[in-house]
Design a protein around this ligand. Structure first.
Ligand code: GUN
Ligand code: FE
Length: 435
């Protein structure tokens, strides 16, 4: 949905101008036309005389943040079960909770909480796993559509290695449910489907091959999990003796990117040089999920290697492996875990800097959606205004220092996001009182 109104925000603009640099321009005007950034000016040019301006003087204005990987139905148990590793945690926490979404009344209640919090967060776009249930997935999509955010949402496929009640009864049944869900995806303007095989242990070969055929038929993008945790990687090695690695197993089943198949793989903690090359060649986006990788004792992904080797990458909250949906927090986590990897595991790869992590959260993940994640003419007007006045400081800090500090200090996006636009449409907050 594009809006035709032209307006401007005034405040301290911060933009990643390259993967290693953030520029800031204090009290500049950011003009929106037709849902896109039209220009950045120290004073409004004559042609914009009389333009409606939201004056956020002194506030931090950034590109909206992108969550490339999260699970909406896991929001209710965030912060619980955090003493378990991935496979035990799936059985003990995830599958029992996801079973509840067969009940539309429960799904409505639970998804509402998630969508309300996502709406008030600094996230403007997201790629989201739902559950196996077509009805519940459509319900989530309708709630998201009403927010004005841009999302890709997936009905999960799984026909093996999960409890009865949640397991789809055959590959054919899973594919039929997927088609039924896709037929229901009508009337949405900024909430779109994405094919979502959970991961190889949950999906039989006929199911993965059927989804690959459906992908070629529909051109839909794909999201899944890859090389997350040692016991999962070992399980996939046993399940797929034909493959030389986990990524290769997806490739052989026609589900690892390539032309006409935009794909996100979450985690990629154990992607060795050969798998990283495969991801780059196939143009697969890595969703780096540092908080989840810490909570589920999965490990630390080789983010520096992905950056140096040119693998597309963004950040993911991976609720509820991750305990918060905040991508501001994911930025700080990205820097922190990269230091541990460098110190403890692999001194060949320097830690990531704050501007690099910010780039991943904006332009990195944004590239999955097109021209998204920069405050530059021609990019979508996805913009967030942050108020850091709850964290006073006695010394002078510049806008970049204030932003960096906020990523570490802020424990809840709702306390700092005062305004949010997606494609030029207001999604959260209200105009400043001075208007
Ligand atoms: N692998 C398969 N399913 C999941 C999930 O729900 N969360 C995470 N973190 N990894 C998974
Ligand atoms: Fe996940």
């Amino acid at each position: 949905m594009k809006q035709n109104t032209t307006f401007a925000l005034r405040g301290n603009l911060l933009d990643g101008t390259s993967p290693t640099q953030i520029h800031f321009l204090d009290n500049y005007y950011l003009v929106c036309e037709n849902g896109q950034v039209a220009g950045i000016f120290p004073r409004l040019p004559q042609k914009y005389a009389g333009l409606q301006v939201e004056n956020w003087e002194g506030r931090l204005i950034i590109p909206g943040l992108v969550d490339l990987h999260t699970h909406a139905p896991q929001y209710p148990f965030r912060g619980l079960g955090m003493d378990l590793e991935l496979l035990d945690w799936l059985n003990a926490r995830t599958f029992p909770e996801e079973s509840r979404y067969a009940d539309p009344a429960y799904a409505q209640r639970a998804y509402q909480l998630f969508v309300e919090d996502l709406k008030s967060s600094a996230t403007t776009r997201a790629c989201i796993f739902a559950t196996v249930h077509p009805e519940g997935t459509l319900l989530l999509m309708r709630l998201l559509e009403a927010t004005g955010m841009v999302t890709r949402v997936g009905k999960v496929n799984m026909d093996r290695n999960c409890p009865e009640g949640l397991r789809e009864l055959s590959a054919e049944a899973s594919l039929a449910a997927t088609r039924k869900w896709l037929e229901g995806c009508v009337g949405f303007s900024h909430t779109r489907p994405i094919l979502t095989p959970r991961f190889i242990p949950s999906c039989s070969d006929p199911l993965l091959e059927g989804l690959s055929a459906l992908q070629r038929e529909t051109g839909l993008p794909v999201q899944s999990h890859l090389s997350e945790n040692p016991s999962e990687v070992e399980w996939v090695r046993q399940l797929c003796p034909d493959a030389i690695g986990y990524g290769d197993a997806y490739l052989r089943r026609g589900l690892l990117g390539g032309l006409g198949c935009p794909t996100i793989m979450a985690h990629c903690v154990y992607s060795d040089a050969a798998e990283r090359r495969l991801l780059r060649e196939q143009g697969v986006w890595v969703a780096h999920c540092p908080q989840s990788n810490t909570n589920l004792t999965s490990g630390i992904a080789p983010a520096r290697a992905f950056l140096e080797e040119g693998v597309p990458m963004g950040l993911g909250s991976d609720l509820a492996g991750g305990h918060t949906l905040s991508i501001l927090r994911a930025i700080a986590d990205t820097v922190q875990v990269s230091k541990l990897r460098w110190r403890l595991q692999d001194s060949a790869y320097r830690p990531l800097t704050f501007p690099e992590a910010f780039w991943l959260a904006t332009a990195g993940g944004g590239s999955f959606f097109g021209r998204v994640g920069r405050l530059q003419p021609g990019y979508a007007f996805d913009v967030v205004v942050l108020d850091d006045s709850a964290y006073p400081h006695p010394q002078q800090l510049n806008s970049l220092e204030r932003l960096e500090r906020l990523c570490y200090l802020c424990s809840d996006d709702r306390q700092v996001v005062v305004r949010k636009f997606v494609e030029g449409n207001p999604v959260a907050g209200s105009p400043p009182a001075s208007l």
